[in-house]
Write a protein that binds this ligand. Structure first.
Ligand SMILES: Cc1cc2nc3c(=O)[nH]c(=O)nc-3n(C[C@H](O)[C@H](O)[C@H](O)COP(=O)(O)OP(=O)(O)OC[C@H]3O[C@@H](n4cnc5c(N)ncnc54)[C@H](O)[C@@H]3O)c2cc1C
Ligand SMILES: NC(=O)c1ccc[n+]([C@@H]2O[C@H](COP(=O)([O-])OP(=O)(O)OC[C@H]3O[C@@H](n4cnc5c(N)ncnc54)[C@H](O)[C@@H]3O)[C@@H](O)[C@H]2O)c1
Ligand code: SF4
Ligand code: FES
Length: 805
């Protein structure tokens, strides 16, 4: 007869242990799992990606409900265990369920540490630990604008990035002077701070919070130095504490965590524990990799197999904030008995430090370029002697530094190469040899390695090269999302070659591993299909983001903003009067002149949108879309004494010619009447600057988070040439850009020379212009379409307002 195994805690460590038991001894146990959260087992690590908008809640499920059914596991989700009767061997929940056991695993994880401050119980004060917290942040961001994160560690910074992506203003309060002080040294911390400030985060360092202000809901914080900061939302991310109250109450020995020996046994027979709730040799871990190592040991023990036991882990971390690469491992701070090799390039934004003690690498910090991370981490773990080769570890070998191949060769098959997903070197080698994997993406699809933080990609690439040799490895390429390993170019080529016209077809024919697609690939496919088949592809409105679906910009409080088109920023008294009348009639709370020289009516109720557009009777300004936004112009030669050309007429012509067209990402233009450049044309996707006897066309600029000044594409003489080059350039971007890739990134990826070469010959330009004109001829003003078509109007009015985007 099978023994009864109960797992308390349906989280990452506990369920990983069950997965391994099922592999090692599938018939040994009848398994019951209890979990407080009402969800199947999910990847908590990926909550940061969900908050940042890079993944959907559905994308992060590790084991679906089907998995429990298929493995005959009884799952009690949403039920919290309140007691283990270790004498009668019965587990009981708060809701009254009782289940007997032969063996029980406690994997209750951690609780976020909440500062016990006056006011900490106010509405709007939360942690960042689970799906519920994520949902609270999504909801809050719709109604409120100011978030304060307490704690500038990994969790706090990932929360802050996510909240910025939700359009909140974000301040990070940190008690230390150095960000991520538990993972970074001073130099790295300062570089990190500069980078994040550029992304829009504000920092209050060396501050201790004394009080949370507000009546029912938080309105701000007061610090010990008497200063205050306003806040509509406070997220505490100041560390975690093992969740052990239930174990303690049940008579299990605890200290800072549940005490276990090297075999994950507690002081009570048949009661085991793994995960963040555990204290092993004085350490409680807060990262997945060591927890999976614990889970592997316990799985072997419960499966009745030999195990050497768990002896503790060295840990490495990677910050998951896009645009910032930070890696830290082992003992990264200097000490009396350590020496370090450092490389710092403040202009390139790169810092690398390797700490050495007694001839061995014991720690590393990397900022800006973390490609050495996996190699250094392997060196720390292997403990090999690097005496005499210290400098070469970072500065290039000249022959004697340990090569990547040597390092891979020295790793045992059991060694974990992907900490987040608990994948060993042996599993990767098997995937290469037996399943024919030849790229990092293949390995990801086969084993899940590299699917979470991505920090292990270089190491997996090294294993591939070690097994297959450099020639056997497919160049590492990114799939467009987690549903496929195919790159943008392969998807577009497939659409063309196989004449695929709907997203469903693409997903079926091209072997998507998630038949519904995800929030990343659905809008991308809709764009690629429309770009390749402008005449045959029917726009899949449900795949578009909420702003594009509703043809208006959703605001924090769930209302919308309406921006009519004002060509070249030039308007008339009649249009101004019409806009004013509409603003009065619909009681628009705010009327704002935008940076793109138009008028934004903010705070509009969704149900008022169709009648407002009817009354306005002006084209949509597409202030929401991935399309041409505005063409900003200066007054030019018509009025300005410096002007050499008519920039207003040129801008109006360009806006009329190219409006409404879908582009991979938003596209902004400007036209200046002379090189004084009052229209700021050199930070636009395409900027035109008048010069004596002609025009300069500048491309690839950006004025957003990462400012990029344009490159000069070409000088031309006539207005017709400006329009021809602009059309050809836009179409080339449409045909080769990745969905969501602004021209600044695209230009750097494909290279200015490639773009120039593609547009250089007149016949190539004209072919591109012909294709863009076909696409343009099929566009319609979305509001005209909606207000004039009853069916569409009803559809619009019934569109739900989604919770995320
Ligand atoms: C936003 C975020 C990002 C992170 N990013 C990373 C990262 O990039 N890399 C990394 O290595 N780590 C990361 N971590 C940490 C990582 O998620 C944790 O180390 C890991 O989830 C811990 O696993 P666990 O099984 O011990 O606990 P959990 O995953 O928390 O699982 C414990 C489960 O037990 C349940 N439970 C508790 N008490 C009871 C009870 N009495 N009865 C029933 N159920 C109970 C809880 O509700 C919970 O679902 C991140 C954490 C967060 C919050
Ligand atoms: N990318 C990743 O690996 C990742 C991401 C998120 C979370 N996590 C894990 O989740 C857990 C929680 O993360 P965390 O960032 O909360 O923990 P942490 O301990 O790494 O960082 C907390 C930070 O808060 C600061 N702090 C402490 N008290 C404070 C106070 N009163 N006011 C302001 N600042 C204060 C500390 O100086 C510290 O740097 C950790 O185990 C972490 O490793 C990992
Ligand atoms: S860019 Fe030149 S033409 Fe245009 S407003 Fe400025 S000075 Fe006048
Ligand atoms: S180590 Fe994070 S995905 Fe592999």
């Amino acid at each position: 007869m099978k023994k009864k195994l109960v797992l308390i805690g349906n989280g990452m460590a506990g369920v990983n242990c069950i997965e391994q038991i099922l592999k090692l001894a599938p018939n040994r146990y009848d398994i019951t799992i209890f979990g407080s959260e009402p969800h199947p087992n999910y990847n908590r690590i990926m909550l940061s990606s969900v908050l940042a908008g890079d993944a959907d809640i559905n994308d992060i499920v590790i084991n679906s409900w089907d998995w429990y059914r298929e493995n005959n596991i009884i799952i009690h989700a949403g039920h919290t265990v309140s007691n283990i009767d270790t004498k009668r061997k019965i587990v009981s929940t708060e809701s009254g369920i009782q289940v007997p056991y032969d063996d029980v695993i406690i994997a209750t994880g951690s609780l976020p540490f909440m500062l016990p401050l006056p006011g900490a119980d106010k509405k709007g004060v939360i942690a960042f630990r689970d799906i519920k917290d994520c949902e609270t942040m999504f909801e809050t961001a719709k109604k409120y604008k100011k978030a304060v994160v307490i704690g500038g560690g990994l969790l706090g910074l990932e929360a802050a990035r996510g909240l910025l992506n939700l359009n909140m203003e974000v301040s990070v309060v940190h008690s230390n002077k150095i960000l991520m002080n538990r993972q970074m040294d001073e130099t790295g911390g300062i570089m990190l701070q500069k980078e994040l400030q550029q992304q829009g985060m504000k920092f209050l360092l060396g501050k201790n919070t004394e009080k949370i202000l507000g009546k029912e809901r938080v309105t701000g914080l007061r610090f010990s130095d008497g200063s205050e900061e306003s806040a509509d939302l406070v997220v505490m991310a100041i560390g975690i504490k093992p969740n052990m109250a239930m174990a303690k109450k049940s008579g299990i020995e605890v200290n800072r965590g549940i005490l276990v020996n090297d075999f994950m046994e507690t002081n009570i027979p048949n009661v085991y524990s793994v995960g963040e709730c555990v204290e092993h040799r004085g350490i409680s871990y807060g990262l997945v990799a060591p927890l999976y190592e614990q889970a592997a040991v316990l799985a072997k023990k419960l499966a009745g197999l030999e195990t050497e036991g768990y002896h503790g882990s060295v840990v490495s971390t990677k910050l998951k904030v896009s645009g910032v690469d930070v890696f830290s491992a082992g003992q990264f701070l200097d000490n009396v008995d350590t020496r370090a090799v450092r490389v710092q390039d403040e202009f390139g934004g790169v810092y690398k430090k390797v700490v050495i003690r007694g001839g061995k690498v014991v720690g590393a910090v990397l900022f800006g370029d973390i490609s050495d991370g996996a190699r250094l981490f392997a060196m720390i773990r292997s403990g090999e002697d690097v005496t005499g080769k210290e400098k070469e570890i970072l500065l290039g070998s000249g022959g004697s530094a340990p090569s990547n191949a040597d390092l891979i060769a020295s790793m045992s098959d059991d060694e974990i190469v992907c900490g987040c997903n608990g994948v060993s070197k042996g599993a990767v080698v098997t995937a290469i040899n037996e399943k024919g994997c030849t790229s990092v993406n293949d390995i990801k699809a086969c084993t899940k390695a590299s699917a979470s933080c991505g920090g292990c990609k270089p190491l997996i690439a090294d294993v591939l090269t070690y097994v297959l040799g450099a020639d056997g490895v497919k160049t590492v390429k990114e799939g467009i999302c987690g549903c496929t390993t195919l790159s943008r170019d392969e998807v577009v080529e497939g659409i063309r070659e196989m004449k695929l016209t709907t997203s469903k077809e693409v997903m079926n024919v091209m072997g998507w591993n998630n038949p519904e697609g995800c929030s990343k690939c659905r809008p991308a496919l809709n764009y690629y299909l429309g770009m390749v088949w402008p005449e045959d592809h029917e726009d899949e409105r449900e795949s578009r983001f909420v702003n594009e679906r509703n043809h208006a910009n959703i605001q924090k409080d769930g209302t919308y903003s309406v921006v009519p088109r004002i060509y070249g920023g030039v308007t008339t008294p009649q249009d101004l009067k019409k806009i004013a009348d509409v603003a009065v009639k619909y009681e628009v709370p705010l009327v704002k002149i935008t940076g793109g020289q138009r008028i934004d009516l903010l705070g509009v109720k969704k149900e008022d949108l169709p009648s407002m557009w009817t009354d306005l009777d002006m084209p949509s300004g597409y202030a929401y879309g991935k399309t041409l936004r505005t063409v900003k112009t200066c007054v030019g030669s018509t009025f300005c004494r410096f002007g050499t050309q008519d920039s207003m007429a040129m801008g109006i012509e360009m806006e009329k010619r190219f409006e409404r067209l879908s582009t991979p990402a938003k596209f902004k233009m400007a036209v200046s009447g002379c090189p004084r450049n009052c229209a700021e044309a050199t930070i636009k996707d395409l900027g035109v600057v008048a010069i004596d006897g002609g025009w300069e066309i500048h491309v690839g600029g950006n004025g957003g988070t990462k400012v990029r000044v344009t490159d000069l594409l070409v000088k031309v003489k006539t207005e017709e040439e400006v329009l021809e080059w602009t059309g050809a350039y836009m179409q080339y971007y449409r045909e080769t850009g990745k969905y969501n890739e602004r021209t600044a990134e695209w230009l750097e990826r494909v290279g200015l020379d490639t773009i120039k070469a593609a547009l250089e010959k007149k016949e190539d330009r004209l072919a591109l212009v012909e294709r863009i004109e076909l696409a343009l001829s099929l566009t319609q003003d979305p509001w005209k379409e909606i207000v004039e078509t009853d069916k569409l109007r009803t559809t619009f009015e019934n569109l739900p307002i989604p919770t995320m985007n």
